[in-house]
Design a protein around this ligand. Structure first.
Ligand code: ADP
Length: 474
């Protein structure tokens, strides 16, 4: 009966009445997320355009598009960051909207602005949203302003080690975490255990941040002891209307990088969960947030929660939210970008509910027995997996595909859906065991170790789980 409500206001092509549907869209990315974007666009009746680098000329995302264009660039990564060429290709081919995916240009306000200036719709937040949330220190400032609890930390970047020392000695104490203000993907962070190692870590953090993110700004937070990482998915239509799509638990991390993600988070006090959902909505509503975003929190052993950042883009782990809510987030991004309001899309809070449990694992071409060194080469055998309740988001994987060293090593995402956590973990584990890839190493044994671990199945592991279980890394 609810499904009638969902369909009511869409036209035959699946767009909200009153919106301006796109005829042709570009996925400005590569790998599984480019394929994911083009699938969503295809279902909305759009023609799809891909871009690819020279190194990616034989990869899947190129062939999944109706049209694909080479971006000539000296650097393999640079091709996906080449704003002038990307805009030129889009204009020459009458692309109406660009979806940036995650990484690359997805959080770049200059790119969002360049799209706008060239009459192309950027399927993401406004340039001003990206400025507010792209810098973790301005995001913290906003959060504090609207009364969202943050980890005790410096109000802005610290410029010298003396400043850092003075701040820590004024009450926060050790351990602390130094974070690149513009960091992401678990990179640009250093935990400092004591005053003796502050200077060396501070200098390293600053130079690493400069090298990796083009901006050396570093700020300090208290290091929260063994927290859980809980995040809230939101959608906004730019008017201050926000709907949340509940939460995800991304506590299973290796070196601050997510490995297995679950929706919803288990074992959270209902009051704490509701407070986090409300805070995520209040913060993004205040910013008149447009499109999809994620508000990330840490929850400590006492059940207190702290805002850490907003990721103003679709995230790798968005699948688990889609599976438990039934809402297609990438299509929602296109629809919102086309001018639809949340109410036009029936995306009101009452219409969003969670059914069962979903878990996603990130299958990478990394060798756990060699410290997760990315592996490269030709895939000789590729036998995918499936079955009831299994969703595959694949990109580069097929027989004959060449895995190059130039990009992120994510090969595919496998997501399971079941009514209980135990069943979901068992389903995901079974699905992974069915997957066969020869020619490159996979992190599969590591993932299976996590999924079969009783503490993981129990549902309340914290971010130190993998570090405390070194046998998982063998
Ligand atoms: P990124 O933008 O690189 O993803 P985040 O700020 O989201 O960085 O942090 C990533 C992870 O690092 C968190 O999920 C958590 O495990 C750890 N972390 C970040 N800040 C803290 C903190 N103040 N205390 C303890 N752990 C932290």
């Amino acid at each position: 009966l609810r499904s009638h409500a969902w369909r009511a206001s869409f036209n035959k092509r699946g767009w909200a009445s009153g919106a301006k549907p796109f005829k042709k869209v570009m996925a400005c990315n590569r790998g599984e997320i480019a394929v994911r974007i083009m699938r969503a666009a295809n279902e909305l009746g759009c023609e799809t355009v891909a871009i690819y680098s020279r190194e990616d000329r034989f990869t899947q995302h190129r062939y999944k598009a109706d049209q694909a264009f080479l971006v000539e660039n000296k650097s393999p990564v640079g091709a996906y960051l080449d704003i002038p060429q990307i805009i030129k290709i889009a204009k020459e081919n009458k692309v109406e909207a660009i979806h940036p995916g995650y990484g690359f240009l997805s959080e770049n306000p200059e790119f969002a602005q360049a799209c706008k200036d060239n009459g192309i719709t950027f399927c993401g937040p406004t340039p001003s949203n990206l400025k507010d949330f792209g810098d973790k220190t301005t995001a913290r400032e906003l959060a504090l302003k609207v009364g969202v609890p943050c980890v005790p930390g410096t109000p802005g970047p610290v410029n010298t080690v003396e400043e850092a020392r003075a701040f820590i000695d004024s009450g926060v104490g050790y351990p602390v975490i130094l974070k690149a203000a513009h960091g992401g993907g678990g990179r640009g962070m250093r935990v400092v255990e004591s005053a003796e190692v502050l200077e060396e870590n501070f200098n390293r953090a600053t130079s690493e941040a400069k090298a990796a993110f083009g901006n050396g700004a570093v700020f300090i937070e208290r290091y929260v002891y063994k927290p859980r990482h809980i995040e809230v998915q939101i959608l906004g239509d730019g008017t201050g209307n926000i709907v949340h799509l509940y939460d995800r638990d991304c506590s299973v991390q290796r070196r601050h990088q997510k490995v297995v993600e679950t929706a919803p988070a288990m074992g959270l006090d209902p009051k704490t969960r509701q407070a986090m959902l409300n805070d995520a909505v209040r913060l993004t509503s205040h910013a008149k947030y447009l499109n999809a975003g994620t508000v990330e929190f840490l929850v400590d052993k006492e059940g207190r929660y702290y805002f850490i950042e907003v990721n103003p883009r679709i995230q790798v782990e968005h699948t688990v939210t889609e599976v438990v809510t039934g809402v297609d987030l990438v299509q929602s991004q296109f629809r919102i970008a086309s001018g639809a309001k949340l109410s036009d899309l029936n995306l009101t809070q009452d219409n969003v509910s969670v059914r069962g449990v979903a878990m996603q694992c990130r299958v990478t071409t990394e060798d756990p027995s060699r410290d997760f060194k990315p592996d490269t080469g030709t895939i000789e055998v590729f036998r995918s997996t499936g079955g009831m309740g299994i969703r595959i988001d694949d990109g580069p994987g097929f027989q004959g595909a060449v895995i190059t060293p130039f990009y992120d090593s994510l090969l595919m995402k496998v997501t399971a859906h079941a009514m209980t956590r135990r069943d979901c973990a068992a389903k995901l584990s079974r699905a992974l065991r069915e997957l066969r890839v020869r020619g490159v190493s996979l992190n599969k044994p590591f993932l299976l170790g996590v999924l079969d671990h009783p503490d993981f199945v129990d549902g309340t592991v914290d971010t130190s789980f993998i570090a405390e279980n070194p046998q998982l890394l063998e």
